[in-house]
Design a protein around this ligand. Structure first.
Ligand SMILES: NC(=O)c1ccc[n+]([C@@H]2O[C@H](COP(=O)([O-])OP(=O)(O)OC[C@H]3O[C@@H](n4cnc5c(N)ncnc54)[C@H](OP(=O)(O)O)[C@@H]3O)[C@@H](O)[C@H]2O)c1
Length: 308
């Protein structure tokens, strides 16, 4: 019999991952789903169809009826608060899998607290935008005891993901350490694209001409983000795909890790984060990672928005 699975956190990433678990996870029971704002859980249950999911109103209900509990929440505070609630009941033999991007110290502390209650923990942050979560093509990083990661792997490659980075038998914080360092690449990529397109416009090369080169040289994420910049998606969208607050949380974690690692300098990230601060000022919480383009444009005398 397949274990009873549950999912807590139905934001941009969680919704897509649940869809793939339900469609490809070979579950023999409905997936239990829970979200702080219950409407999101009700809407997803309706979208995925009758009998595919069961909405749980409280974290206590989720934990009481599940064997493996996936979590995908905004930040460390949300994850810690959710686990605090979960650990108030008997969790012996249950497995918690955290897919959120949190500080490595948070992952290791969670593993300790959960282990002391007789339950298991795997950190499994993921790489990929929400469209990749929808398509089941994320890259999953798994860390924790192999006896626990083995229980999670059936739901990774071919279900929610296209590849695993396997850190089995390493401490859970190693997975989130890679995730945070990896996200500095993503943030710096958007910074480089933003500066490049601004220079292309100011120098007379033209952004379309630069985009042609990006497509030829860097297919994949560079091209996808470049397209979003040029389409004005970075300020037109009502709901961000990589919210400015989450991007700044990742930058903060990276800077804290660098500080504790002998004051390593992350100069490029500092510049990008200063642009993210300007994004938050201009667009508020609906600012998105690629909105860095607007901040770089503004700094160089252009309008934040690239379309009339
Ligand atoms: N977006 C990306 O491109 C991306 C890619 C890889 C990894 N990640 C990481 O994956 C995680 C989720 O990202 P996302 O883009 O799905 O975020 P999101 O769309 O902003 O969703 C955040 C989720 O966390 C819940 N939440 C936030 N604060 C909470 C709290 N204090 N208590 C309980 N629930 C809380 C939200 O519930 P409500 O619906 O009630 O607000 C929602 O379910 C983050 O750690 C992020 O860094 C994101």
């Amino acid at each position: 019999m397949a274990p009873q699975l549950a999912w807590i956190g139905l934001g941009n990433m969680g919704r897509g991952m649940c869809k793939n678990l339900v469609e490809k996870g070979k579950l023999d029971k409905p997936l239990i789903i829970h979200n702080r704002t219950k409407k999101r859980a009700d809407d997803l249950a309706e979208k995925l169809g009758a009998g595919k999911t069961k909405v749980a109103g409280t974290i206590e209900d989720v934990v009481a009826s599940s064997d493996i509990i996936f979590i995908c929440l905004g930040d460390d505070k949300a994850v810690n608060a959710t686990i605090d609630t979960a650990l108030q009941q008997d969790v012996k033999g249950k497995l918690f899998v955290d897919c959120s991007t949190v500080h490595p110290e948070t992952s290791n502390a969670l593993a300790k607290r959960i282990g002391e209650k007789g339950a298991e923990f795997v950190a499994m942050p993921v790489f990929g935008a929400p469209a990749m979560a929808d398509a089941g093509s994320l890259v999953c990083i798994l860390a924790g005891p192999s006896s626990s990661t083995d229980k999670v792997k059936p739901y990774t490659t071919g279900v929610v993901g296209r590849a695993n980075i396997d850190y089995s038998d390493q401490e859970p914080g190693k997975a989130t350490l890679l995730k945070v360092i990896g996200n500095t690449f993503v943030i710096n990529m958007v910074e480089a694209l933003s500066e490049g397109h601004t220079l292309a416009e100011l120098s007379g090369l033209g952004t379309d001409n630069l985009h042609k080169w990006i497509e030829a040289m860097f297919p994949g994420p560079y091209t996808a983000y470049s397209s979003r910049l040029l389409a004005g998606d970075y300020y037109k969208r009502e709901e961000p795909l990589f919210a400015v607050d989450l991007a700044r949380k990742d930058a903060r974690h990276a800077m804290d890790i660098a500080r504790k690692a002998g004051n390593a300098k992350l100069g490029a990230l500092e510049v990008a984060d200063s642009h993210l601060a300007a994004v938050k000022e201009h667009l508020g919480a609906k600012g998105d990672l690629p909105s860095i383009y607007g901040a770089v444009r503004q700094e160089n005398g252009l309008k934040f928005e690239n379309k009339d």
